[in-house]
Design a binder for this molecule. Structure first.
Ligand code: ATP
Length: 356
């Protein structure tokens, strides 16, 4: 099912939780809502579910205005961070619950329920736990059961609010890969709330970056990572070096260094360059070499990549560079050594309003 939200606004008292949010969630895709705590992700999810009512704007399900329809009519399945399995029911009974409480006319027979629950437990690969009670399961197993329970009623939409948030890092990683495989099998239109950028980039077909109730950017994971639309998105999606300076005639002057600004036709003002650690080229310093002159403060060279903590000679600001470990070894660098770094790629945001 397709989901669209159009011009949704939601306030709590004076606080603007959602500010004129419009988004499309395509059929069968997995969308991640990503952003810092309090940016409005859960509020948006609750508006789509019908658990919260926007002050204005519309929620369209399959093109139909669902803004006034009840949660039950929207046919959504939920999974929350804090699994709400019924402790006194077995895993089997938990998954069967949604089917058993259906109105008599829609309720499947006991035989059909048994078959369906068995299929779902096989789907989440936990059929061997059918007779256990929730307290006898691990956190990851509980979340998979919660997902099976949400899927039992064949929702048209699956809404997941930080479903793996309470789990440790290793289990989280395993479960998100597993969720992606499951999604590829089922193709239920799904929305996944997370504040973990790695999780969003790995799992989703499209990523929605939210900040203070606004949508900052929407796009495929590689698009938002490689072409951030704003400084906020740059900073939120992974480590980034920030070089402050001023832009004039297509050149950003920052400390003793200057960079050609790509595609900034004539803009002048305060400029900020954003460069990811792996987008820096690192060389030994030679007199007159172009670039930013730095000292190597610390090198962390484990596995295929070497992470270098560098300090600018001109401003004492810290820079992080990531280069292949092979290159690091071949340069034979020592801590304290003077180096020069050059951005292979940079993005400059010019604030034309600010004085130079
Ligand atoms: P988190 O990652 O911490 O869950 P979030 O992005 O999901 O954050 P929301 O839960 O949508 O954020 O909340 C957005 C803002 O609205 C927060 O500042 C929150 O305090 C506020 N808020 C949410 N629900 C209510 C409510 N019922 N009453 C008052 N304020 C609320």
């Amino acid at each position: 099912m397709t989901i669209q939200v159009k011009n949704i606004n939601k306030r709590f008292g004076d606080f603007v939780a959602l500010n004129n949010v419009s988004l499309d969630f395509p059929q069968g895709e997995l969308t991640a809502l990503l952003g810092p705590s309090g940016c409005g992700k859960t509020t948006l999810l609750r508006c789509i579910a019908g658990l919260e009512h926007p002050d204005s704007g519309q929620v369209l399900l399959e093109g139909q205005d669902a803004s006034r329809s009840h949660v039950r009519e929207r046919q959504v399945g939920f999974v929350f961070q804090h699994y709400a399995l019924f402790k006194h029911m077995t895993v089997f009974e938990n998954v069967a619950f949604g089917l058993r409480v259906k109105p008599r006319s829609e309720r499947p027979s006991e035989d059909q329920i048994r078959r369906k629950v068995k299929d779902l437990l096989e789907l989440v690969q936990l059929d061997w736990l059918a007779d256990r009670y929730p307290p006898q399961l691990s956190g990851g197993q509980r979340q998979r059961i919660a997902l099976a329970r949400a899927l039992a009623v064949e929702p048209r939409v699956l809404l997941l609010d930080e479903p793996f948030g309470a789990l440790d890092a290793k289990v989280r990683k395993e479960l998100r890969r597993w969720l992606r495989r499951l999604h590829d099998e089922l193709h239920v239109t799904s929305i996944f709330v997370t504040h973990d950028q790695e999780e969003a980039l790995e799992v989703a077909d499209q990523v929605v970056l939210m900040n203070k109730g606004n949508v900052e950017q929407i796009g495929a994971p590689d698009e938002v990572y490689n072409h951030p639309a704003s400084p906020f998105v740059y900073g939120f999606l992974g480590n980034v070096n920030v070089f402050h300076g001023r832009v004039q005639d297509g050149i950003l002057a920052s400390g003793d260094a200057s960079f050609t600004v790509p595609g900034e036709g004539g803009a002048a003002g305060k400029g900020t360059a954003y460069v990811r650690p792996h987008e820096l080229e690192v060389d030994r310093y030679t007199p007159g070499a172009e670039g930013i002159v730095v000292k190597l403060r610390r090198a962390h060279a484990i596995g295929p990549l070497a992470q270098l903590d560098l300090e600018r000679d001109d401003t004492n600001e810290l820079i992080e560079a990531v280069i292949p470990n092979e290159r690091f070894s071949s340069l034979g660098l020592k801590e304290g050594e003077t180096l020069v770094v050059r951005p292979k790629r940079l993005r400059v945001f010019v604030d034309e309003g600010a004085s130079i």
